[in-house]
Design a protein around this ligand. Structure first.
Ligand code: ATP
Length: 423
């Protein structure tokens, strides 16, 4: 796949705020690519720079091999979908979809053919003459997508397009978006703060924080091998253990005994506060004495009433169950181990009613393989609110948790009414 879009060292400041900080990335032709990050991390600014509504302070934007940095919005072949649809209320759905081709003065026959194709794609042929206020939110979003796709943009920009829809509709629209993307073969650049949306739709994701890209990779790469503690905390749940690398492990001897055995540089021993020493695969070769976070995802931990069978590189700790949340397909446990409250997810692969489930206040063993944890750098204090500490008691509020302030939609959309129909 060739590259359709490149940001080359793009930066944008608003006064003292670094909205985008030296971002370089490229998107391949036909890819479903997501910019994912918390509110205020710079996703929308990057999209606006691509659409031509913001000028970067530094850097270039290359679209379809052409440097478009200094081109006005209407000369870039991109279209944007917003969460608020921005349909023309006085026009029918048919006319809304036809708008871009009419502005481009395409022949009537072509316009009819293309609009009919788009109505078939979104399966709304029988509603073509309705007005936007006669259809549901999900249908409006489908029309907005059809209206954008008809212009055959090089890249379709989608800025939190599902944010205004309720949960069920959002789940349905996720599948539809995926189908539209497969059907039309156009590159989608999707902006969201919702990791579930990004994970389920994207070929690749760029995780952003404070205007920079923290990690770029496939959903599985980002989830299974987060490169920073910010990514580990933002994508899915994780447990963090605060520790120090205490050097390499001695190799496990199959013969036992006390004879000295060579060290195993692939694994390190970690000293973690009042927990027993733990083992972790040290692919980054982090040196002895370094302070790290050991990150272990809740589903990588096993919970049992009996101590697990010892095995090479198996970490085992004991604790007391503090909370049990039955979720149908799985149960979530919170287990107190020393100063830590550890989250564990256990899948129900067997008929649960035949078993005696682990209950509140039981003494349990937690275990995980050293390969299933990651050593990461300690996160920034500003990112601390991403690591959601569960409430300690019923009724505890999140009032003190700082929430990043987002630009208002009007502020963001600015001249968007003019953006919509033009490609
Ligand atoms: P959200 O999901 O809330 O829209 P985002 O990741 O898209 O967040 P941006 O909207 O790109 O983030 O904003 C990045 C930073 O730049 C934020 O701190 C924001 O307040 C600031 N910012 C964005 N637009 C402007 C503007 N026109 N004037 C001043 N500051 C701005």
């Amino acid at each position: 796949m060739s590259e359709i879009l490149e940001f080359v060292d793009v930066s944008k400041h608003y006064g003292a705020i670094k909205a985008v900080d030296h971002v370089s990335l490229s998107v391949k032709q036909g890819e479903f690519f997501s910019l994912l990050g918390p509110s205020g991390c710079g996703k929308t600014t990057l999209l606006r720079i691509l659409a031509g509504f913001e000028q970067p302070d530094t850097g270039r934007v290359i679209l379809g091999g052409q440097d478009v940095t200094d081109l006005p919005p209407y000369e870039r072949k991109v279209n944007t979908i917003f969460q608020s649809y921005a349909l023309f209320p006085h026009l029918s759905l048919w006319e809304n979809i036809a708008f871009g081709l009419k502005v481009a003065k395409r022949p009537k026959k072509e316009i009819k053919e293309e609009v009919d194709k788009m109505l078939a794609l979104i399966q709304m042929e029988d509603q073509a003459w309705k007005k936007p206020d006669q259809i549901s939110g999900g249908q409006k979003q489908r029309v907005a997508i059809a209206r954008a796709l008809i212009n055959k943009p090089r890249v379709l920009l989608l800025d939190e397009p599902l944010a205004a829809l309720d949960l069920k509709l959002r789940q349905r629209m996720l599948i539809e978006l995926d189908l539209f993307h497969d059907e039309v073969g156009i590159t989608f650049l999707y902006v969201t703060h919702d990791q579930g949306e990004a994970m389920s739709l994207s070929d690749r994701i760029a995780v952003m924080s404070h205007g920079s890209i923290e990690q770029l990779g496939t959903p599985a790469e980002i989830y299974e091998a987060p490169r920073t503690s910010f990514v580990a905390a933002f994508i899915g749940d994780t447990n963090f253990f605060d520790g120090i690398v205490a050097g390499p492990l001695q190799k496990h001897s199959p013969f036992g005994g006390t004879r000295p055995v060579p060290v195993d540089k692939e694994y390190s021993r970690l000293i973690i506060g009042d927990l027993p020493d733990l083992e972790c695969y040290n692919d980054k070769q982090i040196k002895e004495g370094e302070r790290i976070f050991l990150s272990v995802r809740p589903e990588k931990l096993r919970i049992s009433r009996e101590p697990p069978k010892t095995a090479p590189h198996l970490n085992v700790i004991e604790g007391t169950v503090e909370d049990v949340i039955y979720l149908g397909a799985q149960t979530k446990y919170w287990v107190k181990v020393g100063a830590y409250r550890i989250s564990v997810i256990q899948q129900h692969s067997r008929f649960l009613l035949d078993e005696i489930p682990i209950k509140w206040q039981e003494h349990v063993w937690l275990s995980w393989h050293a390969d299933d944890g990651f050593m990461l750098e300690k996160y920034d204090e500003q990112d601390e609110n991403l690591i959601l500490t569960p409430p300690e008691e019923v009724g505890e509020t999140m009032e003190d948790v700082p929430i990043a302030v987002a630009a208002s939609e009007e502020e963001y959309r600015g001249d968007s009414a003019a953006e919509v129909p033009v490609s």
